[in-house]
Each structure stands twice: as structure tokens, then as C-alpha cells.
Design a protein around this ligand. Structure first.
Ligand code: MV4
Length: 591
């Protein structure tokens, strides 16, 4: 048994996990980076520990710093959330070796499902259907051509170390094989440090359906139905729902039984998700996610099970208390991810200072948020601000409720994808429950409608420049401590009176009007790695032209010319890491 849980994550999922801890009577410890001192997850925790600089590699991915924080705060267990270290078997082993309980699967189960060809072999051995294809990596383009002949084009070349669509190439004829094979290998080597590739028959118009499982440490496992996550853009899920409009109760039971067989076969423990493609009434196992997922919420609403609390109780050694026959879906739930992105500019991240912030409420509405009013969202992490989940007695009620809740949501100062969601939820294909993974690319009218629904621009909330901390020496029980007070020192104080509506800006400070850009240049709005440079010194560019691609949190972001003109200096090259606000190129002055 443990009494204190360290949550090795940030944002909405850190809060989600801490809420489950509180309900179970457990103390919760937050960790935070220098960029997250003011973050809601830090304020919520019983105790919080600084683990390093803003960059994830030095903070939320820093295994040693996190284990040190657990030791220093008396935590006995670690919940990893999703992303960051959640599927890293080295982290599991390091935590266990330090005497901590890892709230998640054993390292061995992670490893058995980590490689995609290994996962396909495990599935095949457990009698779970996989997409027709190979069970061992391929070694040459010639071999891929033979497989193309055998399975028939199109085929998919995929990375063994892959996930999230990276290293995926669709090949439609033999003469495309050489190039696709070479470029998939390059991408896989860079992304996963593993250039191994494999081949599957390509399904042209599948749905993404995933099965939620819970397994205990005694060989028991149950399935909690499916989630349909077909509404994705470049492998980023935007809308998820439970149940899938496509499944019958019979198929749900069959896929659930297949998922339970496979989870048991690999010695899985905790919450896990098995991803499938579903097309023409058939399902095919793709891969397993050995973590709690972003969209676990819709399953919770429909099955009435707190999945995070279940993970914790299983980690405490409890035997599974749920019986498969008792797990019956009730009603329908939908989740819309509330990302700070501009849907009209390729969903590029639009993080910044949130001013007014008001969440929807009422029957059947759940908001899992990582932000609040008057909060500057750090640019070092992903763009997920919050998740809006609605439950209804049936799918139409859940949709109507979601449209109502989206319309109530006020987030001022940053651009969000709420208008895109409103457009998707009124689209006849979505309303009919007919969306496949090609829904967004095949319906450009979604973006036309999104443009109509965009709110008028609100002036960005004045970003408070980080003030110098004030330093004090305090004495606690006769021991002296150096204390640094960041901000106004009031952000943790309860019941701050809200400023009256229409009152003067929170801090009238005439100096803090919008700063003039110090240089006339092309600025990266995000921190990330430069993966393409499409401009050179002296080049004439048009406003909106894509000049750079910066990859951040596994997403490629197009950086465009803010206005037309002639480029002076190009200051970055492919492979460089840039900070948010970095000048990537300058314009030549015309004066
Ligand atoms: C596929 C496929 C069609 N056929 N495999 C993309 C990410 C990776 N997890 C699996 N992906 C796909 N694999 C075969 N054999 C289509 C996709 C795919 C996709 C899958 C799930 C959700 C969205 C998608 C969007 C495009 C392609």
C-alpha cells in the first residue's frame, strides 16, 4: 500500500490523476519545470517539486530528477500520465529499483508490445486478426516489391519502432517502392533511432477503433468497450466517442474478447488500449498503447468506471473487482480536444496568454482542463488546453449537448479549434456516424465553415513579463531557508476576488503595451526542431508563403512569411533547435 503519489506529468492529465488520488485519500505530489511555476497542476497538488528547466528533456523526461523528487517528498508511487515517460520501460525499471511503485504496466509487457512486428506476432499467436502483411521486418526494396505483388497494391510501409504515422508510406505501384522505402527508413532512423521497416496491405478508408482494457496482477482482465477516434488530422486525434457508431454489440463483444486474450497473453497489468483498424465489417489489430490515453474520459462516462482510480487500485495490489458481464455501455459520450491551434493556418500552435476563461457546465458536461483565466500557456509543451466531454442518453443528445457546450466555452487571448469542432459536429457525415480516418482530408468544406464560425479576434491578454523573484530568508522550526517568491506570490491564495467586468486591465502598466517587434523577421511561434528550410538569402517571398517547418511535440508546423518582401539573413538550418520567439530569418530593409 502507498499513501503518496507523485504525478510525473503536467497539464490536464496531471490534474486528472491528482483528482483520483484525492478521492482515494492519497496525498499527491506535482513536479514542475521552470516554465510551469504558475501552472494549475502545481497549485492543486499537496506538495510540488521543481525538476528542471523548461525543455522536456531536462524536466518531464528527466528520470533521475523525477525519482529524486519522489524520494525528497516521501512519495511511494509514481503515475506517469500519458506522453513523456509513460511508455518508457527504463523509467519503470529505474522507479522500481528506487523502491517506488510504478502505476502502470510492467516493463516487460511494454517491451513485448513496443515493437510493431513483435506486437503483430503476439496478436497472431493469440488469435487476434492483424492487417495482412509480414511478421518480421523487411530488408530491401526488392522484398517490398515481391510483397506488393503478393498482397496487391496499395501497400503500407511502416516503421517497426513507429507510431503516430511517422515513417508511414503508402505505396500505390511498384515504381514508387524504391523511393518510399528509402525515405521511410531515413525518417524512422531519425524519429525512433530504429530504421527497421515492415509491410502491410493498405486499407483505403478505415475507422480507428480502440478497445480499453483493465488487467490486474493476478491474470484477470476485462474490456470496457471501444472508442471511435476516426476524426484525426495528421495522426492527431481531435474528436473521440464511445461507443463507436459502427459496431454492433456482437462485434464489440468479439473485439473485447480478442483484446482481453492479447492483454493476458503478454502479461499486461493496468489500463491499456488496443488499437484496431475497422473496415467493411472486419477489424485488424494495429498496436497497443501501454498507458492511460487522452480520450479515456469517454469510456469513463459510458461505463461508469474511473479508469485512473482503477490503475491506482490495481497498482496497490487489488484484485479486479469488475466482472465482464457487468460492463454494459450506457448512453453516448463525445470528447472534443480543446487545442490552442489556428485551424485556418494548418492547425499551427497558437499558445499565449489566456485572459478571460469560462468553462461550460450543466447536465452531462465534463471539462478536464489544464488552464485557467489570466494564465500564460507555456510554449514548450503541447497545445492541448483542455478536453470537453459531453454525455447523452444517445448519440444525438451527446452531439446537441456538445454543440451547446462548445458555444458556451469562452477562451480569450488564444486561438482555439472550437470553431472547427462546431463545423465538424454539424457536418452530415459526422452526424450520420459515418466519419472514417479520411473525414477531414476529404471534406475541405469543414474549413470553410470553420472560418465562418471563428470569433472576432480579441486583443491578446497582456503577457506579464516574468518578474525577478523576490528573495527572503524564512525560519521554520529554527531552520533557515532561502525562499524565492515568483509572481505576486498570491496565485496560490484561495478566493481571490475576481476583477469586476469591464474594469481596467488587471495591472495598469502603461509600459506594457504590445512590444514592437525588435526585428523585421520570420519568428517561430513555438519551440522545436527545424526540419525544413524553404527560403534563402535574397529570395522574394509572398505573405503566407511557407518558409520553414519546425517540428514540436511530434507535429510539423509550417512557419510562413508574415508579409511579402525580400529575405535578408536566414539564421537557422535543418536540425537546429529553436526557442519560441526565435528569429528564423530577417527581411532586407527597404529604407
Ligand atoms: C494503416 C492504414 C491503412 N492500412 N495501415 C496511421 C498511424 C498508425 N498508427 C496507423 N495508421 C494507419 N495505418 C494499413 N495497413 C491507415 C492508417 C491511417 C490512420 C490510422 C488511424 C487513424 C488515422 C489514420 C489516418 C491516416 C492513415
Amino acid at each position: 500500500m502507498f499513501r503518496t503519489v507523485l504525478v510525473a506529468n503536467r497539464g490536464e492529465i496531471a490534474l486528472r490523476v491528482m483528482r483520483a488520488c484525492r478521492e482515494l485519500g492519497l496525498r499527491c505530489v506535482a513536479v514542475y519545470s521552470e516554465a510551469d511555476r504558475d501552472a494549475p497542476h502545481v497549485a492543486y497538488a499537496d506538495d510540488a517539486y521543481l525538476i528542471g528547466p523548461p525543455s522536456p528533456a531536462e524536466s518531464y523526461l528527466n528520470i533521475e530528477a523525477i525519482i529524486r523528487a519522489a524520494k525528497a517528498t516521501g512519495a511511494e508511487a509514481i503515475h506517469p500520465g500519458y506522453g513523456f515517460l509513460a511508455e518508457n520501460p527504463h523509467f519503470v525499471r529505474a522507479a522500481t529499483a528506487a523502491g517506488l511503485v510504478f502505476i502502470g504496466p510492467p516493463a516487460e509487457a511494454m517491451e513485448r508490445m513496443g515493437g510493431k512486428t513483435a506486437a503483430r506476432r503476439e496478436a497472431t499467436a493469440a488469435g487476434v486478426p492483424v492487417v495482412p502483411g509480414v511478421l518480421e521486418p523487411v530488408t530491401s526494396a526488392a522484398e517490398v516489391k515481391r510483397l506488393g505483388k503478393e498482397f496487391g497494391y496499395p501497400i503500407a510501409i511502416k516503421a517497426v519502432g513507429g507510431g503516430g504515422g511517422r515513417g508511414l508510406r503508402v505505396v500505390r505501384s511498384p515504381d514508387e517502392v524504391e523511393e518510399a522505402f528509402a525515405s521511410a527508413r531515413r525518417e524512422a532512423e531519425v524519429a525512433f533511432k530504429n530504421g527497421e521497416l515492415y509491410v502491410e496491405k493498405y486499407l483505403d478508408d478505415p475507422r480507428h477503433i480502440e478497445i480499453q482494457v483493465l488487467a490486474d496482477g493476478y491474470g484477470n482482465a476485462v474490456a470496457l468497450g471501444e472508442r471511435d477516434c476516426s476524426v484525426q488530422r495528421r495522426h492527431q486525434k481531435l474528436i473521440e466517442e464511445c461507443p463507436s457508431p459502427a459496431l454492433t454489440p456482437e462485434l464489440r463483444a468479439e473485439m473485447g474478447a480478442a483484446a482481453v486474450r492479447l492483454a493476458k497473453a503478454v502479461g499486461y497489468v493496468s489500463a491499456g488500449t488496443l488499437e484496431f483498424l475497422y473496415q467493411d465489417g472486419r477489424y485488424y489489430f494495429l498496436e497497443m498503447n501501454t498507458r492511460i490515453q487522452v480520450e479515456h474520459t469517454v469510456t469513463e462516462m459510458v461505463y461508469g468506471v474511473d479508469l485512473v482510480a482503477a490503475q491506482i487500485r490495481i497498482a496497490q495490489g487489488e484484485k479486479l473487482w469488475l466482472k465482464q458481464e457487468d460492463l454494459v455501455p450506457r448512453g453516448h459520450a463525445i470528447e472534443c480536444r480543446i487545442n490552442a491551434e489556428d485551424p485556418l493556418h494548418n492547425f499551427r500552435p497558437a499558445l499565449g496568454a489566456i485572459g478571460e476563461y469560462r468553462e461550460p457546465a450543466g447536465l452531462g458536461v465534463r471539462v478536464d482542463s489544464g488552464v485557467r483565466a489570466n494564465y500564460t500557456v507555456p510554449s514548450h509543451y503541447d497545445s492541448l488546453l483542455a478536453k470537453l466531454i459531453t454525455w447523452g442518453a444517445n448519440r444525438n443528445e451527446a452531439i446537441a449537448r456538445m454543440r451547446r457546450a462548445l458555444a458556451e466555452y469562452r477562451i480569450e487571448g488564444v486561438t482555439t479549434i472550437i470553431p472547427f469542432h462546431l463545423a465538424a459536429l454539424e457536418h452530415p457525415v459526422f452526424v450520420a456516424g459515418a466519419a472514417t480516418v479520411n473525414f477531414i482530408p476529404r471534406h475541405p468544406e469543414l474549413l470553410t465553415r470553420t472560418a465562418e464560425l471563428m470569433p472576432p479576434a480579441t486583443p491578446p491578454a497582456p503577457a506579464e513579463p516574468a518578474p525577478e523573484p523576490r528573495r527572503f530568508t524564512v525560519e521554520v522550526n529554527g531552520r533557515r531557508f532561502g525562499v524565492a517568491v515568483f509572481g505576486d506570490g498570491m496565485s496560490l491564495a484561495p478566493a481571490q476576488p475576481a476583477p469586476a467586468r469591464g474594469a481596467a486591465p488587471r495591472r495598469a502598466s502603461p509600459k506594457k503595451t504590445t512590444l514592437a517587434a525588435p526585428v523585421d523577421g520570420v519568428i517561430s511561434p513555438i519551440q522545436g526542431r527545424v526540419v525544413a528550410v524553404r527560403v534563402a538569402h535574397g529570395q522574394q517571398v509572398e505573405a503566407g508563403q511557407v518558409l520553414f517547418i519546425v517540428e514540436a511535440m511530434k507535429m510539423e508546423n509550417e512557419i510562413t512569411a508574415p508579409h511579402s518582401g525580400t529575405i535578408g539573413e536566414v539564421r537557422v538550418e535543418v536540425g537546429m533547435t529553436v526557442e519560441a520567439g526565435a528569429v528564423l530569418a530577417t527581411y532586407q530593409t527597404t529604407a
